[in-house]
Design a protein around this ligand. Sequence first.
Ligand code: SF4
Ligand SMILES: [Zn+2]
Length: 408
Amino acid sequence: MAGMFPVDVGPQYEGEAIRKADFYVEFGGPDVKSKFELVTLKTMNEVEHEKIEVVGPDIPELTEGGSYPLGILIDVAGSEIEKEMEPVFERRIHLYANYIEGFWHMAQRNDIWMRLHKNSYKKGLNSLKEIGKILIFLYTSEIPIIEKISTTFITDEKKVEEFLPKALEVYKARDERLKGIREEDVEEFYSCSLCQSFAPTHICIATPERVANCGAINWFDGRAAYKLDPEGPVQEVKKGECLDPIRGEYSGCNELAVVKSLRSYDRVYLHSAFEHPHTSCGCFQAICFYIPEADAFGIVHRDFVGNTVMDVPFSTMAGQTSGGRQVEGSLGIALEYLRSPKFLQADGGLYRVVWMPKEIKERYKEATPQDLYDKIATEEDVTNADELVDFLKRVGHPWVKGEVELPV
Ligand code: SF4
Ligand SMILES: [Zn+2]
């Protein structure tokens, strides 16, 4: 694709990371509050094909080395596109943006984080419009049912903030479709290998009761993705025989794990952090981590600034968790998994959780049993594991009191 764009484009750039010292500007990430990406299906009349708009300052107007808000809106139209394909197209932003030489994309939805390398800026990738052109080229060449597509990049902070609640509504509605559907009710799960460029042995499994790690592929999205592109990164997995209903071990997932992990592991527990936990690539929304002092778990999300109760920040933990290995007691998860009735059910579920950032605790309040809510510590209650243990004893956390029975 040389010549068409200021920089090269292709899958060979996918695994490429951009260090802090090397980026010209970054969008989103932990230092930026307002950010999101959203794909919307519109009617043919509503989309002006190949229109690219930048609302707010474009790259040359930004200060080198800075971190900026960004909202990416992609509108698509096509007679064969179904509403339930929106999240599938949206996840392709991650894939296609990483095809761009000197451009890096991480995470999804309202967690996105992007960096532009200084060298690519110098080569002429100096406008969001150029990035839009490449994205549109990739979408239309890889997904033929897209008949019309347009892109808007919002960098004006106020406008990103204004639009963000609308995006959050859409994400919420997508997540809520799954309510009440159980693993027992379906024969197929869906696997995603989109992140193998960063973590070659990683494979995500989405079930009706387990959203994939990034939070952007739930069971419905998996189904839609597979229907859209049966040869693509999302595959149907016949769940096979349920070998362990508590830990969530299925013969179909084990068989898939052997092949997709290049034989680096051969068993997967979907609902336990021990023995054969699900692997983690790099774009999980949160980490569920074991706290030996309490023999229990903490949860930390990507945007949490500062140290966790383990005295290290999210970034340090992410390094230990990611890479596509099975790491006992260190699990990359989607936050929505906290709402699943099967959330770490083999290990005690939410009742085994003793620490989380206040923001997450509040966001998932209605998913947390009432007798537990006040007993989960946050960064405002404790700053290290010793204080945590004292706190848990003082408030009488049910796990510490020995009131929680593990299922057998
Ligand atoms: S985190 Fe998992 S589901 Fe999400 S894109 Fe990566 S491999 Fe796919
Ligand atoms: Zn990933």
